[in-house]
Design a protein around this ligand. Structure first.
Ligand code: CA
Length: 226
C-alpha cells in the first residue's frame, strides 16, 4: 500500500514519511503540485496527504482536478489555514479529511488508517465483475464484449452494485442512489429495477448475477465456474 505525500516543507515531509513507514505505510514525497501530477499519472496510490500551500499552485486546484476526473483516492488535506471557511472549502473540493498544522504525527497516522479502512468503493474508471465491464466515465456497460443499452436508472443500479461487488448493498442505499431525494418512491420500485436489470444481464449473457439477500439488500457476484 503506497501513499503520496504532497508537502513542500522538506523537513516535515521527511518526518511524515518516517512516521508513516513506522506504521507500515510506504510513502512517496513530492513538493509541488506538478510533481504530484506526475506521480499520480504513473502510480495508483491508496491515499494522498495534501498540503494546500504549495509553491507552484494551491493544493485545492490539484484536489479539484482529481475529483473532476472521478478519481476517488482518499485525500487528507494538511494546512496551516485553520479557518472554518477554508475547512469547508477543502471538504467541498473533495477532501476526505482535514488536519490543521501543527498536528501530532500520531493523529495523522490514525486518521489515514481510518481513511484506508473505510468500506472503500472500488476505485478506478473501469469496474469489472465476471464478463461485465462498466466504464464509469463513459457510463457505458459492456457485457461479453458487446455494448449494452441500459436505461439511466439501470446503469446507476449496476454501478452501485459493481462498486461494491461481492458485498451486500442495502436496499435503502440503492433507493437513495437511484431516486435521491426526488420524493415519492413506490415501495417496490427498487425491486422493479433489480428485476429488469437481472433480466437484461441474463439476456446479454452476463456471467454474474444480482442476488437478493432477503431483508437486507442486494449483491452482485461473478458466477462460479460450473
Ligand atoms: Ca506548504
Amino acid at each position: 500500500m503506497r501513499l503520496l505525500v504532497v508537502e513542500d516543507n522538506a523537513e516535515l515531509a521527511t518526518l511524515l514519511a518516517k512516521g508513516l513507514s513506522a506504521a507500515g505505510l510506504a510513502a512517496d514525497c513530492v513538493g509541488t503540485a506538478q510533481d504530484a501530477r506526475d506521480a499520480l499519472a504513473t502510480t495508483r496510490y491508496a491515499a494522498m496527504v495534501l498540503d494546500l500551500g504549495l509553491p507552484d499552485e494551491d493544493g485545492l486546484v490539484l484536489l479539484r482536478e482529481l475529483r473532476a476526473r472521478t478519481d476517488a483516492t482518499p485525500v487528507l488535506v494538511l494546512t496551516a489555514r485553520g479557518g472554518v471557511r477554508d475547512r469547508v472549502t477543502g471538504l467541498r473540493s473533495g477532501a476526505d479529511d482535514y488536519l490543521v498544522k501543527p498536528f501530532a504525527l500520531e493523529e495523522l497516522v490514525a486518521r489515514l488508517q481510518a481513511l484506508l479502512r473505510r468500506p472503500g468503493e472500488l476505485l478506478g474508471r473501469s469496474l469489472r465483475v465476471g464478463n461485465i465491464v462498466f466504464d464509469t466515465e463513459a457510463r457505458q456497460v459492456i457485457v461479453a464484449d458487446v455494448p449494452q443499452l441500459f436505461s439511466l436508472r439501470e446503469v446507476a443500479l449496476l454501478e452501485i452494485l459493481m462498486r461494491r461487488a461481492g458485498r451486500v448493498v442495502s436496499k435503502k442505499l440503492v433507493e437513495d442512489h437511484l431516486f435521491g431525494l426526488s420524493g415519492e418512491v413506490g415501495s417496490n420500485a427498487v425491486e422493479v429495477y433489480v428485476h429488469r436489470l437481472r433480466k437484461q444481464l441474463a439476456d446479454s449473457g452476463a456471467r454474474a448475477q444480482i442476488h437478493t439477500i432477503r431483508g437486507v439488500g442486494y449483491l452482485i457476484a461473478e458466477d462460479k465456474a460450473p
